[in-house]
Design a protein around this ligand. Structure first.
Ligand SMILES: *Cc1c(COP(=O)(O)O)cnc(C)c1O
Length: 342
């Protein structure tokens, strides 16, 4: 048995249920899955295997390095899309297809494609990565599978950019048979006007709540539990941690747990995060340090050294506590956790 004082439990049934909800919300469109950044920190290979079993046929990674790690495990009929396209000198290995973002990428792909399929990314107002709509004809003669664009403000209710990007995407002139894809998790929440042929959720698969519509439907996927290394009595008035930013308001019991910013529990949680000890909510006391965090367990008197404490990692709540986005909370999780897949 492996003993590790820090564990990350990843609930694959919740991941699958989240995908099924997103697929239902996508209406007649197929529902893919963004598994870049190692499945938002939860394990891309595990996510691909499970979601392929649920019927997911399109997976998205950022880079060829990410693609190479997944290609050997891909089943039949599954397409892996590489969002960053094809850089100079890059080898488009068989088993994945590039999402071409610039006229130069289109030209580079044309030279090596040999009839293989590719995708096109169009910029419809975000001014991030993508071809301008006027460049659509550059891909004439290529075998284009998916034409996509990405929404800049889908998580903001009523933002005028959403309708503008939708109109710009609809106006693209594309050959018949090219699949269209616009919506990420938040875009799916805006309704099937945004779904087109294929949706590309990421965050919500992993338990993130991109918009209010997802509340009550998206289940948490990750749980963090940390072992209590020491319990100390701190007299009223004494300080805790670097900088002494927490001072005991009363005689207190403090648990020092095996978790810190090197684990992705960043310093924004200092004096703001919380944990659950024997079901009791207990606040973070003082600054989070690299490997250690102090929790005020005065109200959980039964907690003892060696016990486990659950860190509040409800993504919407933890985002407010820490000032980090739900995306950052997930993708910052380090590899120091013992990962347990349910
Ligand atoms: C990351 C990404 C997604 C997934 O977005 P979420 O907001 O996590 O749902 C979809 N499309 C593209 C192009 C992306 O880069």
């Amino acid at each position: 048995m492996t003993i590790a004082p820090l564990r990350l439990t990843i609930d694959m049934n919740a991941l699958a249920a989240n995908w099924r909800w997103l697929a239902r919300m996508s209406g007649p469109a197929a529902c893919g899955a963004a598994v870049k950044a190692d499945g938002y920190g939860t394990g891309a290979a595990e996510a691909v295997a499970r979601l392929a079993r649920e019927g997911c046929r399109d997976f998205f990674v950022a880079t060829w390095a990410e693609a190479r790690a997944l290609i050997p495990g891909l089943g039949m009929g599954v397409t892996l899309h590489v969002l960053h396209g094809l850089l100079p000198g890059e080898d488009a290995v068989p088993g994945a297809q590039p999402v071409l973002n610039t006229p130069e990428q289109v030209a580079r792909w044309r030279a090596v494609a040999g009839g293989r399929p590719c995708d096109l990314m169009f910029d419809t107002g975000m001014n991030r990565l993508g071809l301008s709509p006027a460049d659509a004809t550059l891909a004439d003669g290529l075998s284009v599978d998916v034409a996509m664009s990405h929404l800049a403000c889908a998580d903001e209710v009523g933002h005028p950019a959403n309708a503008q990007q939708l109109a710009a995407f609809r106006a693209l002139s594309l050959p018949a048979g090219v699949r269209r894809s616009l919506a990420n998790s938040a875009g799916i929440c805006m309704g099937t006007d945004y779904s087109f042929d294929l949706t590309r959720p990421g965050l919500a698969l992993y338990g993130g709540i991109p918009r209010a519509e997802a509340h009550g439907h998206i289940q948490p996927v990750v749980r963090i539990e940390s072992a209590v290394l020491q319990i100390r009595h701190v007299p009223a008035g004494d300080m805790v941690g670097y900088g002494g930013t927490w001072q005991a308001p009363r005689d207190s019991r403090i648990a020092i747990v095996n978790l810190g910013y090197a684990d992705g529990y960043l310093r924004g949680f200092s004096n703001r995060g919380q944990a659950f000890a024997k079901g009791v909510s207990c606040p973070v006391a003082g600054r989070v340090s690299m490997d250690l965090t102090a929790i005020d367990i005065t109200d959980a008197p039964l907690l003892a050294e060696g016990d486990w404490i659950e860190i509040d990692f409800d993504l919407a709540r933890a985002s407010i506590q820490s000032g980090l986005s739900q995306y950052e909370l997930l993708t910052c999780l380090s590899d120091r956790y013992l990962r347990c897949y349910l």
